[in-house]
Design a protein around this ligand. Structure first.
Ligand SMILES: Cc1ncc(COP(=O)(O)O)c(C=O)c1O
Length: 498
């Protein structure tokens, strides 16, 4: 497929009307450009075809099943988009006076209250823009808390299980702490004997995902909390897997002091490809004074931004955080209302149904019921037929499914991490299970089919390392021919349509 610059022909135009009621931008004479920007010149029908063709090649949760473990790719209800597009939300400037933005402040305050209730912790900051930024913010709170108690120099370690998401150790290092690994036991829980040896007066805290990235709820959670709290350390809950337990169990009740939410997973929000996210954090009373400013507070019937927090760690993001994400998450939560628990129950049910259908064809490293996701191993297929988990993932694309997360968590060889979410019907789950079973048979009978997959996608196997490390994101004019006729002098002119 040609790039839009390669389709460009001088003089072709598409048009859009300016927003009514806005005064024309007044750019000072000396800042005005003297020649037109080198934008592609293309007619409206060609423009529409170009982007429709690109959209056709794109796989998303709106085009098919997307069981990407840990990423919680659920349906994004269209009503959320209607609500976030209401002019009062959409056109609000972040610097609008408080008097004129009471509705937005109230929505943020209400969201804070709901999130506090969901995790059982009293104080919330909506500011962080992603789970990973929530992690960093939580760790900076730990630092501020221990510094305030005069223990900052002594407590310099954070304990992290070997199943942790990569952002956990990265956040620990960024926050200036040392990461200390703890092993997983034969049932997929944190190994308590190993843990006891790792925790002491040097420990600032634990970072734990529960259910873990194995999709398993840690059976020793009460003991883990005891070990950390007896050592005077704090407990951090990575809430990326909160979709499994909403309305059923609350991290605050089982001892966690700081929690981050991934609004863009648990409470819907189109994401992926680095798309917009929200990573609020909730904390216990003793950590509240350190939360980022401004806090959204209620005074009688009015709402305002509070900057008067002398012990705050400061700001972690511009303005109040990613407001559009707040509106969508609020709409999603309110549409469930008191039945939010059903969201998690169905997510867990769907995952266990798929697990039951797939467990004999693929290896199950920890033989337990799962929560909202589960991890299989393709080790047997590799040993017996020379087929890898990557081959299975590529072949799934021929069956028109997005592959699950692969090779993570790191402790499971040839891992396949599958998360169906609550928004998928049984027919979709069955179609996916049928495809996975067919692929396991193909591995035994026609392994070359898997080795060369995908067969029916526009591109075959890419050099993924090169694509990640050296992506070409700009059209470099010097390396391409100038568009035909471009040496003609051109002027910016009124748009003429196609
Ligand atoms: C377990 C876990 N923790 C943390 C994160 C980081 O969240 P984010 O992608 O919002 O930065 C993820 C993201 O996939 C995750 O799965």
């Amino acid at each position: 497929m040609k790039l839009i610059y390669e389709k460009s022909k001088p003089g072709r135009r598409a048009s859009s009307l300016p927003q009514p009621g806005l005064p024309p931008a007044e750019v000072p004479e000396e800042l005005r450009r003297s020649s037109p920007p080198r934008l592609p010149e293309i007619s409206e029908p060609e423009l529409v075809r170009h982007f429709t063709a690109l959209a056709d090649r794109t796989f998303g949760v709106d085009t098919g099943f997307y069981p990407l473990g840990s990423c919680t790719m659920k349906h994004n209800p269209r009503v959320n988009e209607r609500v976030v597009g209401l002019p009062g939300f959409r056109d609000l400037h972040p610097l609008q006076e408080e008097d004129a933005s009471q509705g937005a402040l109230e929505l943020m305050w209400r969201l804070q209250e709901i999130l506090a209730e969901v995790v059982g912790l009293p104080a919330v900051s909506l500011q962080p823009a992603a789970g990973s930024q929530g992690e960093l913010t939580g760790l900076l709170l730990m630092r501020a808390y221990f510094a305030d108690r005069g223990e900052g120099h002594e407590r310099r370690e954070i304990v992290i299980p070997d199943t942790a998401h990569g952002t956990n150790p990265a956040s620990v290092t960024m926050a200036g702490y040392e990461a200390v690994g703890v092993k997983t036991d034969f049932r997929g829980n944190v190994d308590l004997d190993d843990l006891r040896e790792k925790v002491g007066p040097q420990t600032a805290g634990l970072m734990l995902t529960n259910p873990s990235t194995l999709g398993l709820f840690d059976e020793g959670i009460e003991e883990i909390t005891k070990i950390f709290h007896e050592a005077g350390a704090l407990m951090y809950y990575d809430g990326a897997n909160l979709n499994a337990i909403c309305g059923i169990a609350r991290p605050g009740d089982f001892g966690f002091d700081i929690v981050h939410f991934n609004l863009h997973k648990t409470f819907s929000q189109p994401h992926g490809g680095g798309g917009p996210g929200g990573g609020p954090i909730a904390v216990r009373e003793r950590l509240e004074p350190f939360l980022p400013v401004p806090a959204v507070v209620r005074e009688g019937d009015a709402f305002r931004l509070d900057y008067e927090r002398p012990k705050t760690i400061g700001k972690v993001r511009g303005f109040c955080g990613p407001f559009g994400v707040f509106v969508r998450s609020y709409a999603y939560i309110r549409s469930y209302g008191p039945a939010l628990k059903e969201m998690s129950e169905v997510a867990v049910l769907n995952a266990n149904y798929l697990l039951a259908r797939l467990r004999d064809a693929y290896e199950l490293p920890f033989d337990r019921h799962c929560m909202h996701e589960f991890v299989l191993s393709g080790r047997r297929l590799k040993r017996e037929h020379g087929v890898t988990t990557l081959d299975v993932a590529k072949r799934l694309m021929d069956y028109r499914f997005h592959p699950p997360t692969i090779y993570f968590p790191l402790i499971v060889p040839e891992a396949l991490m599958i998360e169906p979410t609550e928004t998928e019907p049984k027919e979709t789950l069955d179609a996916f299970a049928d495809a996975m079973l067919a692929i396991a048979r193909e591995a035994a009978e026609h392994s070359e089919l898997l080795k060369e997959a995908p067969h029916v996608r526009p591109v075959k196997r890419l050099d993924e390392v090169r694509a990640a490390k050296r992506p070409i994101l700009r059209y470099l004019f010097g390396e391409h021919d100038e568009p035909e006729g471009s040496d003609e002098p051109r002027e910016l002119e009124a748009q003429k349509g196609a």
